[in-house]
Write a protein that binds this ligand. Structure first.
Ligand code: CP
Length: 301
């Protein structure tokens, strides 16, 4: 593995290897394997968890971090193009972790520099490091990855975490339930992918208790205001599904609720106290999954 751009570049064995490496780092979070390495975090879009968990991962492994969390403070604001920014940072860092609003930006960056690129989210396309922490969270909570019913709720059109996760879990005989309003349905491209692989899925517009009761994993997502060109369209769908504690009454014992976060109002606060709510622990798993990814692309153990 050199760059880490899309979960679709990984085999099932690659994914399982990273899951086991994340498990290793959970038990050994404070190693010095990145000593002497400089890691750049370039965030052209806002982030809390992804940037801070990558930086925590690097710090705990003894590496150094350079970078920015707001491109407005960089020469991009003077008109510098992405190519030039990447070439410059390649002079300084051993790995570049980047989030960009353009789909394909991380792939493009990986083609113009020999320094490994880690995609921390590119537009509505992919968020592969999120997928690794999601898969690690599924593995930890279910004790397995195979034969699970995974229900994805909310913005399935623009949700890059959804797109990456269905790709990653396609190796494990998942049964998907997709719940979205017409405006935010899963794009045809992803359905074609599932059809070609013979993976079962069903689509719903109503978020009913029956759907929840069949689920092993309930993957809630935010309707993303920043992806809408027309804010009137956003207003129509922003409150479409809200998970409340009472809706979980007859859910399976092993059900766990995941959310890539941030949430807006799609999970009511009363769910937080339910032992099936796992989204804060899920975010913590991001440190271990990202320690595994960085170590792999840099080539340290
Ligand atoms: N899950 C996720 O990508 O969160 P941030 O936008 O806060 O990084």
């Amino acid at each position: 593995m050199n760059s880490f751009v899309s979960i679709a570049d990984l085999t099932k064995d690659d994914i399982l290897h990273l899951v086991h490496r994340a498990e290793y780092f959970e038990h050994n979070p404070n190693l010095k394997t990145l000593e002497g390495k400089v890691c750049a975090t370039l965030f052209f879009e806002p982030s809390t968890r992804t940037r801070l968990s990558f930086e925590t991962a690097i710090n705990r492994l003894g590496g150094r971090v350079i970078g920015f969390s707001d491109a407005a403070t960089t020469s991009s604001s003077k008109g510098e193009i992405l190519k030039d920014t990447i070439k410059m940072v390649s002079n300084y860092a051993d790995v570049i972790i980047m989030r960009h609003y353009l789909e394909g930006a991380a792939r493009y960056a990986s083609e113009i520099t020999p320094v490994p690129i880690i995609n921390a989210g590119d537009g509505a396309n992919q968020h592969p490091s999120q997928t690794m922490l999601d898969i690690y969270s599924i593995y930890k909570t279910q004790g397995k990855l195979d034969d699970l019913t995974i229900t994805m709720v909310g913005d399935l059109k623009y949700g890059r975490t959804v797109h990456s996760l269905l790709n990653g879990m396609s190796h494990f005989n998942a049964n998907f339930q997709f719940v979205a309003p017409e405006e935010l349905k899963l794009p045809e491209l992803y359905k074609q992918f599932l059809d070609e692989k013979g993976i079962r899925y069903a689509e719903y517009t109503e978020f009913s208790p029956e759907i929840i009761n069949h689920s092993d994993i309930l993957y809630m997502t935010r309707v993303q205001r920043e992806r809408f060109a027309d804010l009137m369209e956003y207003e129509k769908v922003k409150n479409v599904y809200v998970l409340t504690n009472s809706m979980l009454k007859n859910s399976k014992d092993n059900l766990r609720i995941l959310h890539p976060l941030p949430r807006v109002n799609e999970i009511a606060y009363d769910v937080d106290e339910n032992p099936k709510a796992y989204y804060f622990e899920q975010a913590k798993n991001g440190v271990y999954a990202r320690q595994a990814i960085i170590s792999e692309v840099i080539g340290v153990n």
